[in-house]
Design a protein around this ligand. Structure first.
Ligand code: TXA
Ligand code: MG
Length: 325
């Protein structure tokens, strides 16, 4: 595929977004399905394309803290986190979404699904940043996959999942992080973790100087990233496998002989996160009986990897979120 991120394609993307159409957008976490966050009809297209019900709110993407403050109320704690995680030259720079009170009537109420809060993040991918900057206002963008499918980490994976229904997919290469952003609610003085992701809890606590509280899945706010079964590969998936069975495709981690694919032979969790969705997608398309996954250390970004794998392995049909994401 020709890289579609030159000036001509950016211009095309801007025209489509102004008309209320959706565009596939690379970010450092996963590819997003972007639309103008101020146009109800544009946001409705995201929900329709993803087959996602409209009570599940979307993240808006900004190019700066300045733009963020025009759409949400940032408390001193929220400002502190944004300054650390969103600044390109900060040692903490990592994908963090902040849920704050919304403060702008021009933001589509469909984006926030009627809530008085809004989830905001500044991506670090240069293509996403130039697109938002040139557009001049936030882009609503969930992951560019059909609800309940694995999130795409390449432009090609977006095309495989959504096909020609997306008029333009900007190609920014493979996503460096490979897992969605971490989501934290900062609407009160308590930091509440809504979704584990690319920014680790340790980093957030070290910047905030206070503990991050966790909520049980589906206990409070509509964050499908919190639901038990979220990513649904077609093949059954088993975790912490050290002795694979005949017919298994083995997704290894570390020095695992005979692995079908290896998330990181050197045991690097960051590399494993970046490979996770693409490798799950590949194995899911293979003719194996089940996908067996090696143990992954539950530290740092390994916690987010295990979180996604646990949701993919869940067979509890009562908590099947088909249609929820
Ligand atoms: O890395 C990411 O975050 C990717 C890329 C494309 O930026 N986006 C992404 O968006 O994962 P999505 O729509 O798949 O996940 C958004 C999550 C959902 O779990 C949603 O419920 C939650 O954010 N969310 C959005 N607004 C919220 C709000 N006001 N309160 C609580 N949760 C909210
Ligand atoms: Mg998603």
């Amino acid at each position: 595929m020709n890289p579609k991120n030159d000036d001509m394609h950016l211009e095309h993307a801007l025209r489509l977004l102004s008309k209320g159409c959706v565009v596939g957008m690379p970010t450092e976490t996963v590819y997003g399905l972007a639309a103008d966050a101020t146009q109800d009809q544009a946001v409705a297209q995201i929900y329709a394309l993803k087959e996602r019900p409209s009570f599940n709110p979307l993240i808006i993407h900004v190019d700066s803290l300045e733009m963020a403050c025009q759409w949400g109320y940032f408390s001193p704690l929220a400002l502190q986190l944004a300054a650390a995680f969103w600044k390109v030259d900060s040692p903490y720079q990592n994908p963090l979404t902040l849920v704050v009170k919304r403060n702008n009537q021009n933001l589509s109420h469909l984006v926030t699904a009627g809530l008085d809060t809004v989830a905001i993040r500044m991506p670090s991918h240069p293509v996403a940043l130039s697109l938002i900057k040139a557009f001049g206002r936030p882009l609503a963008a969930p992951s560019a996959n059909r609800s309940n499918h694995i999130s795409p980490t390449t432009a090609d994976a977006v095309y495989q999942d959504l096909g020609d229904r997306v008029p333009l997919i900007l190609d920014g290469g493979a996503c460096a992080v490979g897992l969605e952003s971490t989501i934290v609610d900062v609407t009160t003085d308590n930091l509440i973790l809504l979704r584990l992701g690319g920014a680790t809890v340790e980093m957030i606590e070290s910047v905030a100087g206070c503990a991050v509280q966790r909520v049980e899945h589906a206990a409070c706010i509509t964050a499908p990233g919190m639901l038990k079964r979220h990513y649904a590969p077609h093949h059954p998936l088993r975790l912490n496998v050290t002795s694979p069975l005949p017919g298994d495709a083995l997704l290894g981690f570390g020095a695992v002989p005979g692995a079908t694919l290896n998330l990181s032979e050197s045991g690097d969790l960051v590399e494993a996160a970046a490979n996770l969705f693409a490798m799950m997608r590949f194995l899911d398309q293979s003719s194996c009986r089940e996908i067996a996954v090696s143990p992954i250390p539950n530290v740092g970004i390994g916690m987010a990897i295990n979180d996604r794998l646990t949701r993919a392995a869940c067979t509890d049909l009562e908590s099947d979120t088909k249609g929820l994401e």
